[in-house]
Design a protein around this ligand. Structure first.
Ligand SMILES: [Zn+2]
Length: 146
C-alpha cells in the first residue's frame, strides 16, 4: 500500500517536473515573441519588408529550435538518470537492481529451482544476470562495472 502511494507521489512529481520543462520552453518562446514585437516596429521602417519578414521567420525558427533543444535535452538527461541496463537488469543511480519488465526494485539474487537470477514477485519470473554470451554474472561484478 505504502509503495503504491510512493509511486503515485513519484508520478505526480515527475509530471510536475515535465510541466516545468514545458513551461520553460514556452516562456522562452513568449520572451522571444515579445522581444520581436518590441523590436520589429522600431526596425521595420529601416528595413525592406522582405528583409524584416526574413528576420521574423529566422527568429521564429530560432525559438522553435530552442524549444526542441530544451525538450530533448531535458528528456535525455532525465532518461539517463533513471535506469541503466546492465546484464539484463535495470540499475538505478544507487546501484539497486530493478525488474527489467515492471521496473520495480528487486532483490534476492539466488539459485532458484528454475534458474539463477533475481526473482520479481509481481512478474512471477526469474530474471537472470547474464552477459551477452549467456554466462551468469555475479551481482558483485555487475555492481562493480556500473
Ligand atoms: Zn517485474
Amino acid at each position: 500500500m505504502e509503495s503504491e502511494n510512493m509511486s503515485f507521489g513519484e508520478k505526480v512529481k515527475e509530471s510536475i517536473v515535465n510541466r516545468a520543462a514545458e513551461g520553460l520552453a514556452v516562456s522562452v518562446s513568449v520572451i522571444l515573441i515579445w522581444v520581436v514585437s518590441k523590436i520589429a516596429p522600431a526596425i521595420m521602417p529601416a528595413l525592406e519588408s522582405n528583409l524584416s519578414k526574413q528576420l521574423l521567420l529566422s527568429l521564429f525558427l530560432a525559438s522553435l529550435a530552442l524549444n526542441i533543444v530544451f525538450v530533448v535535452l531535458f528528456w535525455t538527461t532525465r532518461k539517463k538518470a533513471e535506469f541503466k541496463l546492465k546484464y539484463g537488469i535495470y540499475w538505478d543511480a544507487n546501484k539497486n537492481p530493478h525488474c527489467p519488465n515492471c521496473k520495480i526494485p528487486i532483490a534476492g539474487y539466488a539459485e532458484y529451482q528454475t534458474g539463477t537470477g533475481y526473482y520479481c514477485k509481481p512478474c512471477k519470473k526469474i530474471f537472470p544476470l547474464q552477459d551477452s554470451a549467456g554466462n551468469d554474472v555475479p551481482p558483485s561484478q555487475a555492481v562493480g562495472e556500473l
